[in-house]
Design a protein around this ligand. Structure first.
Ligand SMILES: [Zn+2]
Length: 302
């Protein structure tokens, strides 16, 4: 089925960016694991000329996706330290605004993987930390201190509870959701009035995305909708969030991880990455604004 722009509710402004290069046999667990090497597999990609949203059309059906994520292998390999540092810098803003050192607050990470951000939230002073994660393989790798707070399943208000949390985060997850409008509505339900949401995801309007075009790792079969700061703002306004702020995200990654993210043939990349991982040069941390956007929004107080 053809997909439409979920923000404008129509396909009237659709412009075809890229043709699909997917075959049926590509739909397996390996393709759907977190942060595998980008191999530039993607469906037909459209862009809405009115709002700027980029989206796959048709979408892979939700049931197939849920199944694939449930069984997907969890393949982070030591980069959590750097990812955690980047995300924690922005989570600290929420911690400050919610005054977590003085007031007991509950935190939720949606798509929490092995729960490394739950550990970060504890360090920042959140009293209770929760996670939602479909992959049992990921949950099995969580630290004992946080595993008990992780609910297994695709995120929903039913899974977590209504008016349950003061802060929620969604890191590199919204791009994978088949219905982001319903997803953001569920986020609003889960938050207490005055609670804050922090989203970090790809910015398809960024310089990196525009330069790389079809070779950009964002153009990927796992991504359903790709946002710009403007489309994220429209999405959150639509669902009733207030005080919406968007910003460019600074990633502090070592050179070997930047090498992993940049496009190129596997033949060259795999040996290069393993060389850099063993070499002191590969461990140098370089801060870059590499095409991620952040958003902080509030659930209105009653
Ligand atoms: Zn649109």
């Amino acid at each position: 089925m053809q997909n439409i722009c979920i923000l404008c509710g129509t396909n009237n402004y659709a412009q075809k960016l890229y043709e699909s290069n997917v075959r049926d046999e590509d739909l397996n667990e390996r393709v759907f694991s977190a942060r595998r090497l980008p191999d530039r597999l993607h469906g037909t990609i459209l862009r809405c000329k009115k709002c700027g949203l980029v989206y796959a059309s048709p979408l892979i059906d939700t049931a197939t996706l849920a199944d694939l994520y449930k069984t997907s292998a969890y393949t982070y390999s030591g980069e959590e330290t750097y990812i955690k540092k980047t995300y924690a810098r922005y989570l600290a803003r929420l911690a400050n605004e919610l005054n977590v050192r003085k007031t007991p607050r509950t935190y939720l990470d949606i798509g929490c993987g092995n729960g490394f951000m739950l550990e970060a939230a504890k360090e920042l002073g959140f009293q209770e930390v929760l996670g939602a994660e479909p992959s049992s393989h990921a949950i099995a790798q969580a630290a004992d201190s946080v595993r008990g707070g992780i609910a297994q399943g695709m995120f929903s208000a039913e899974l977590i509870g209504e008016n349950r949390v003061d802060a929620l985060t969604c890191f590199q997850t919204v791009d994978h959701i088949t219905d982001p409008v319903a997803f953001v509505a569920e986020c609003l339900r889960v938050l207490k009035p005055g609670g804050l949401a922090l989203f970090i995801n790809h910015n398809i309007g960024s310089f990196t995305a525009r330069i790389l075009g079809e070779r950009c790792p964002m153009i990927d079969i796992e991504h359903t909708y790709l946002h710009t700061p403007q489309t994220m703002k429209i999405l959150f306004e639509k669902e009733g969030f207030s005080d919406i702020r968007t910003f460019a995200v600074r990633n502090d990654y070592p050179i070997h991880y930047w090498a992993h993210l940049f496009p190129g043939p596997k033949k060259i990349k795999e040996p290069l990455i393993s060389f850099l991982k063993k070499n002191v040069v590969g461990k140098i941390v370089i801060p870059l604004y590499a095409g991620n956007l952040g958003l902080i929004a509030q659930k209105p107080n009653l």
